[in-house]
Design a protein around this ligand. Structure first.
Ligand SMILES: [Cu+2]
Length: 297
């Protein structure tokens, strides 16, 4: 709500307050359906003109950052070294300073050095790179499993450990956005996970290749039809996090975002109980369809 008050023109206070109160009501109603667990929460969003990654919220992303910082050192030192060599050659061996160039074409020591040193640099990079690859691959002790199924153009989620309910998360179009909701990132249903819990994420797709990507968690996993990919994350704080499909999957590839809320373990248990009632079961008919059938008969 802060943004509304910041933009308030002088003298328009009472009307803006009324509007703000109405919007607050709408916001509360939006989340009201899933109980108090999903009241207003801190959002983590990409910022305009920001540099670097979003703040890491999962151990894999912390390791990604560490690896990135190592690579920055390697790249910077190599670039400075090559630049210094170039400048030295341009100055020291320019035509006026060196009118008769040397005809040397081989130098065994130099050739061995410029082969061995890059190999050593690659080994220094490869070791932490493979460690990180396997660290992000899977978790041995998962607190719960979530399955994300990419579809043109939305995500379907399943919670096999919490009653095997399933729901779709579809983009909220710009005209229906409530204040504070980000454009192209807001979905009608939210993926909810408990804080400080290893979440095993299974990703697949029903039509073409999609990718479930959540920058703050260091997760970017392809969803491939007919295959089940696995990864994991452990959110270290509560709040709302946003991601997007990251495999170009058709005309509305940019319109299938991911909205995920991290809540306390108690709030998650409560949410899962309510979600079991509200959403369809993977094994059974949708409660909404069952209700429609009952009225039809
Ligand atoms: Cu997609």
């Amino acid at each position: 709500m802060r943004r509304i008050f910041d933009r308030r023109p002088a003298g328009a206070a009472p009307r803006m307050l009324l509007i703000a109160a109405a919007l607050m009501g709408a916001f509360a109603a939006l989340f009201g359906g899933l109980g108090d667990a999903l009241a207003e929460v801190p959002q983590q969003l990409p910022k305009a003109w920001a540099l670097n990654y979003q703040d890491a919220a999962s151990p894999v992303m912390q390791e990604v950052e560490r690896f990135h910082n190592l690579l920055m050192w390697v790249i910077t030192l190599i670039t400075i070294f090559v630049l210094a060599l170039l400048v030295y050659v341009m100055v020291r061996f320019r035509a006026s300073a060196n009118p008769v160039p040397s005809k040397t074409s081989h130098h065994t020591l130099v050739e061995v050095v410029w082969t061995v040193v890059p190999i050593l640099i690659l080994v220094v990079i490869a070791v932490p790179s493979f460690k990180l690859l396997y660290y992000g691959d899977k978790t041995k002790e998962a607190g719960l499993t979530i399955k994300a199924i990419g579809k043109q153009w939305f995500w379907t989620y399943e919670y096999p450990d919490n009653g095997n309910f399933t729901f779709d998360a579809i983009l909220v179009p710009e005209k229906d956005l409530k204040p504070g909701q980000p454009r192209l990132l807001e979905t009608d249903n939210t993926v909810v996970v408990p804080v400080d819990t290893n979440v095993r994420l299974l990703v697949t797709a029903a039509d073409v290749i999609h990718a479930w990507a959540m920058p703050a968690f260091g997760v970017k996993k392809d969803g491939v039809p007919g295959r089940l990919n696995e990864t994991w994350f452990r959110a270290d704080r509560e709040g709302l996090f946003y991601g997007q499909c990251s495999e170009i999957c058709g005309a509305y590839h940019g319109y299938m975002p991911i909205k995920l809320q991290v809540v306390s373990k108690e709030a998650f248990a409560k949410w899962a109980e309510e979600a079991k009632q509200k959403f369809a079961s993977v094994d059974g008919p949708s409660p909404r369809l069952a209700a429609a059938d009952a009225t039809a008969q």
